[in-house]
Design a protein around this ligand. Structure first.
Ligand SMILES: [Zn+2]
Length: 251
């Protein structure tokens, strides 16, 4: 028995996923293992089974998070697939599309729960995600509190390498950039770049336009990884024979 990290009650703790299980589904091989790509460690992360987990939450809190995750799964799959459950997708250009009609609160709570889990867990893989406002976010998650779009605005883009989507990519970062005094925590899963701006008051026209909107809409742009400033190092990691072989074997 230990104290649940979310509700604080002394309970039997479950092995909680840090990233929702569905973030791994596009990269599980037939044997049920996957290999993450990390820029900071070895070229190819070691094989993992069942994703990254740690005993963090009691059964009730697991159920609460699974409610957020179940909804967010359809939202994320509508970014990578062409199937949209009750979510409208409008193409604006070859580089830009918009999702409409999703539940802002459930998507935001799921994304905040992922940020919070990465921060509180002790796995090396998520070393770069310690945040200063764990306790504040814990209360938001536990009490399903609505946050405005300016509270940790979240921007997403779909990663491509030239024209090909990178749907199977999971990539954490140990270091994060600071833009005009605001730290941007970035994680990539399902080939989607997720940027959390660690602020509750900062206002910037671009972020305001591209963050998740409270009316349940989101502008998503495509990012060509090869246009990133430090893409050479990323390209090197992604283009190693091991990784290419692994992706070919599993696609
Ligand atoms: Zn609990």
């Amino acid at each position: 028995m230990s104290n649940c990290r979310l509700c604080g009650k002394e309970r039997q703790l479950k092995k909680s996923h840090i990233l929702p299980e569905w973030t791994y589904t596009t990269i599980y091989s037939k044997k049920g293992i996957f290999r993450p790509v990390s820029l900071n460690d070895s070229v190819l992360g070691k094989s993992e089974q069942k994703g990254y987990r740690e005993r963090l939450l009691c059964k009730d809190c697991e159920l609460l998070f699974s409610k957020y995750e179940r909804y967010a799964k359809d939202f994320f799959y509508s970014i990578i697939n062409n199937k949209y459950k009750n979510i409208e997708r409008i193409t604006l250009s070859s580089e830009l599309f918009i999702l409409k009609g999703f539940n802002y609160d459930l998507v935001k709570l799921c994304l905040l729960s992922i940020l919070w889990r990465m921060s509180i867990c002790s796995l090396d893989f998520f070393d770069g995600y310690k945040i200063y406002n764990e306790e504040e976010i814990r209360k938001i998650l536990l009490n399903k509190i609505h946050t405005s779009k300016k509270y940790i605005p979240i921007v997403m883009s779909k990663l491509t390498i030239n024209e090909s989507p990178m749907d199977s990519l999971i990539m954490p970062f140990k270091e994060h950039v600071i833009i005009n005094g605001v730290e941007r925590k970035r994680i990539i899963f399902l080939g989607i770049v997720i940027d959390y701006f660690m602020t509750s008051s900062y206002f910037d026209g671009m972020i305001d336009m591209f963050c998740i909107q409270e009316n349940g809409s989101l502008l998503i742009s495509k990012q060509n990884m090869f246009e990133w400033e430090n893409y050479e190092s990323i390209r090197e990691k992604l283009m190693t024979e091991n990784i290419i072989k692994f992706h070919n074997d599993n696609s």
